[in-house]
Design a protein around this ligand. Structure first.
Ligand SMILES: [Zn+2]
Length: 308
C-alpha cells in the first residue's frame, strides 16, 4: 500500500516535469500589448536548447507576426514557433535577423518554408556568409548532429545599409544598423508606438557579454549610445530577460567602458598579454559566465587597443 502511494506520487511528479522539458528552455515574457520576449538559456548551446541560447522578440499584428531573430537551428526555430503558436494562430509574416551570430539567423530556413519574409542588414548577411562554415562546425560540436538536422544557411533576401522602416498591421518598425558591436552587422529594432527596443547582441543582461574577434568594443560603445538615445521604456536584450534601460546600462554599457579602461591602464602600466588574467573584473562576477568570458574579453580588448 505504502509502496503504491510512493509510486503514484513519483509518477505524478515525473510526468509534468518530462512533458514540459521540450519548451522549458524557452520562456515567454510579456513586454507590452502584443509584444513579447522569448527568453532562452543564458549558458552555452546544447542538444537540449537546440542552439537557442539567446533572447528573441515577438510582435503580433493584425496582419501577422514579426519575429526578431530566428533561432540557432532548424529544430530550434520549430521550438520558437511552437511557443508562438501557444499564444497566436497568426502566420509569421516577417523575420528580422539582428546580427550575424548563429542564433540570430540559422532558423531562417524553417521560417522561410512557412512563408516568412527575411530582413537583415547587408553587413549582417556578409558576416553570416563569412562565418557560415565555422558556425556549423561549432554547432555540430555543441548541439550535435541530431540537433542541427535540417539546418541550412538561408540568408535574408531583403537587406538594407543602415536603416529600414516598415509598417505591418498598424505597427511601426524601425531597424537601424549604426556600426559594429558584438558582430559587424548588428542592428536594433525600435517600436515607437510601444516604446520597446529589441537590441539583439548589442545588449546582454544577467550574463557577461562576449567580446570576440568578430566584435569591436570601441564601436560597440558608440552603437550602444545610438540605441540608448531613443530612451526606450522597455529593452528586449539579445541575452537575458526583457528589462529597462538602467539595467542594460549597468550590465552592458558600464561593463564595456570598465573593461576598456581596465585593459587600457594595464597596458599603460607595462602589462604583458601573458598576464592579462590579472586584470581585476571581480566587480562584474555577478554576471553569469564571468569565469569563462572575463579573461577572453580582456585579451580581445588588449589586441584591439594595440591596433587603435
Ligand atoms: Zn548572441
Amino acid at each position: 500500500m505504502k509502496k503504491h502511494m510512493l509510486l503514484l506520487t513519483l509518477l505524478f511528479w515525473i510526468i509534468p516535469v518530462s512533458q514540459s522539458l521540450a519548451i522549458e528552455t524557452l520562456k515567454l515574457q510579456k513586454v507590452a500589448d502584443k509584444v513579447y520576449a522569448i527568453v532562452g538559456e543564458l549558458g552555452n548551446r546544447s542538444p537540449e536548447n537546440l542552439g537557442n541560447n539567446a533572447t528573441f522578440g515577438l510582435v503580433i499584428t493584425s496582419e501577422g507576426v514579426v519575429l526578431i531573430d530566428s533561432g540557432g537551428t532548424y529544430k530550434g526555430a520549430e521550438e520558437i514557433h511552437r511557443l508562438i503558436k501557444s499564444i497566436t494562430d497568426r502566420p509569421i509574416s516577417t523575420v528580422i535577423n539582428t546580427g550575424g551570430q548563429d542564433h540570430r539567423w540559422l532558423g531562417n530556413g524553417y521560417f522561410k518554408e512557412h512563408g516568412a519574409k527575411l530582413i537583415a542588414s547587408k553587413k549582417a548577411v556578409e558576416d553570416q556568409k563569412a562565418r557560415t562554415q565555422d558556425q556549423f562546425i561549432m554547432l555540430g560540436n555543441l548541439v550535435g548532429d541530431e540537433g542541427i538536422k535540417g539546418t541550412d544557411a538561408v540568408y535574408a533576401e531583403n537587406t538594407f545599409d543602415d536603416k529600414l522602416v516598415f509598417e505591418l498591421g498598424g505597427v511601426k518598425f524601425e531597424i537601424s544598423h549604426t556600426g559594429q558591436a558584438h558582430t559587424p552587422g548588428d542592428s536594433f529594432v525600435w517600436l515607437p508606438q510601444q516604446n520597446v527596443m529589441f537590441t539583439g547582441d548589442i545588449v546582454y543582461t544577467q550574463r557577461m557579454l562576449g567580446v570576440g574577434s568578430q566584435s569591436n568594443s570601441k564601436s560597440w560603445i558608440n552603437v550602444y549610445q545610438s540605441m540608448a538615445a531613443y530612451k526606450p521604456e522597455h529593452i528586449v536584450p539579445g541575452h537575458g530577460q526583457a528589462t529597462d534601460l538602467a539595467t542594460a546600462n549597468a550590465d552592458t554599457y558600464d561593463y564595456l567602458v570598465f573593461l576598456r579602461e581596465s585593459v587600457s591602464s594595464f597596458i599603460e602600466n607595462g602589462g604583458d598579454i601573458i598576464d592579462i588574467g590579472s586584470v581585476d573584473q571581480s566587480k562584474y562576477s555577478h554576471l553569469l559566465n564571468h569565469e569563462t568570458l572575463a579573461g577572453r574579453n580582456a585579451q580581445q580588448v588588449f589586441t584591439e587597443l594595440e591596433w587603435e
